[in-house]
Design a protein around this ligand. Structure first.
Ligand code: PMT
Length: 392
């Protein structure tokens, strides 16, 4: 089994320290080991006991902790970590990092580290915009420190502007991205996701129950692996993911046009969207009034986006999905052959649609490769590793 990733979470003094509690909870839930280290100022905003309860580990707050066997927590803690994240990172702590100061456990730990350092700044907007802070941020980036955020919005002091710490979920997303191997660095990948919506009249539509979760998870996993990701999104309630060029295209025709505009130069195309095979011949300009006891809708066949992309002269590596209610592998293999795809992902509607997890089988020229039932993001990571192997 793969070893859990492990991070040191450094908390410095700022009101955003309260968000660190939620961040620890999410990290632990995502099987990331968290060792919390707090500055003295951080303890004014949130107690070590809270972070200990959430991380399941004692929290370090000072240099002189006798519980570390060799008495050198500043060395021990960073050696065990895959990364150090400072969240929130105050203006003062950022300035200390720039100068290589080492006057408390957290700053010493950062100076003695042998792993990547990420910071999530949080401060008043004037402090953030101050030329001194901006100079410090440039210098930290030159030293290969990853700066996550800050975001813009309402601040605890009552002002509005840049300086808010990113939300815990956003930080989790970026940390996950940081911890994944960059298998797809330099690769361009185009993905369709979600349901299409074929309008009948201004208020009614033909659609399906795809949530977009599987396609969005693949986009996230590709981003984590360093790819340049374009996501063509059908109808979904999901929020466009950070770091991903997301284009909304809700009808099958709009999705086809958008994919064709962006497919040139792509290395990989993955069709995850549940695209309507048929749409109304024409959308009615006005709401259809009920009159007869039945209504007949005339539908026309839509273009098959995946088949069209796969038949392009310089086609990218094309991956299809097949959601079936019966004869899963047989039907999926028929689709793979009909659309001339090197790889198709077979899933049952009952396993895949709208759920947080999925059970899939990858079908390629070498046969069937069943994957264990797991979260959609894990399925996505395993799928992309398989694609990367096939590309090699
Ligand atoms: O969105 P979720 O709730 O997370 O659910 C995920 C999912 C079940 C939608 C996803 O895992 C999935 O299986 N997507 C494909 C759905 C399907 O069965 O598509 P299909 O059999 O109609 O098409 C096969 C392939 O051709 C798919 O890759 C599809 O994107 C593509 N296609 C189909 C028709 C069309 N006009 N254009 C296409 O590109």
């Amino acid at each position: 089994m793969q070893k859990n990733k492990s991070i040191v979470l450094g908390i410095t003094g700022g009101i955003a320290a309260y968000k660190a509690a939620e961040l620890v909870r999410l990290l632990v839930k995502n099987n990331i080991d968290v060792q919390v280290v707090m500055t003295e100022a951080a303890c004014q905003f949130i107690t070590p006991v809270t972070l200990q309860a959430l991380s399941g580990k004692p929290v370090y707050t000072g240099m002189w902790d006798a519980s570390v066997p060799n008495g050198m927590p500043h060395i021990e803690l960073s050696r065990a970590a895959d990364a150090i994240l400072i969240a929130p990172a105050s203006a003062d702590f950022i300035a200390k990092l720039v100068h290589g100061r080492a006057d408390d456990l957290l700053s010493t730990l950062c100076l003695a580290r042998d792993c990547p350092l990420l910071i999530a700044p949080a401060m008043n907007k004037q402090m953030w915009e101050n030329p001194a802070t901006q100079r410090n941020i440039v210098l930290l980036k030159t030293d290969a420190v990853a700066v996550l955020g800050p975001a813009s919005g309402d601040q605890a002091c009552g002002e509005t502007g840049l300086g808010r710490m990113l939300e815990a979920e956003e930080l989790l997303y970026l940390i996950n991205a940081h911890l994944q191997p960059k298998l797809l660095k330099g690769k361009k990948i185009l993905i369709t996701a979600g349901a299409t919506l074929e309008m009948i009249d201004p208020v009614r539509a033909v659609t399906n129950i795809s949530s977009g979760k599987m396609g969005y998870a693949i986009a996230q996993a590709a981003f984590e692996m360093g790819a340049d990701v374009t996501l063509v999104s059908g109808a979904t309630a999901l929020v466009p993911p950070m770091g991903i060029h997301t284009i909304s295209a809700t009808s099958a025709d709009a999705m086809y046009q958008t994919v064709m505009q962006h497919v040139c130069g792509q290395d990989i195309f993955i069709g995850v969207a549940a695209v309507a095979d048929y749409s109304p011949i024409a959308m009615q300009a006005h709401k259809i009034k009920k009159s007869e006891s039945s209504l007949t809708l005339e539908l026309k066949r839509n273009k098959d986006i995946l088949a069209e992309v796969a038949s392009l002269p310089n086609a990218p590596f094309c991956v299809g999905f097949a959601a079936e209610t019966e004869n899963l592998l047989t039907y999926a293999e028929v689709k793979r052959n009909a659309k001339k795809l090197p790889l198709i992902v077979a899933n049952l509607v009952s396993d895949a649609m709208r759920s947080e997890e999925n059970t899939v089988t990858l079908l390629d020229k070498n046969g069937a490769h069943p994957l264990p039932r797991t979260s959609k993001i894990e399925v996505a990571r395993l799928l992309l590793k398989h694609v990367n192997n096939l590309l090699k």
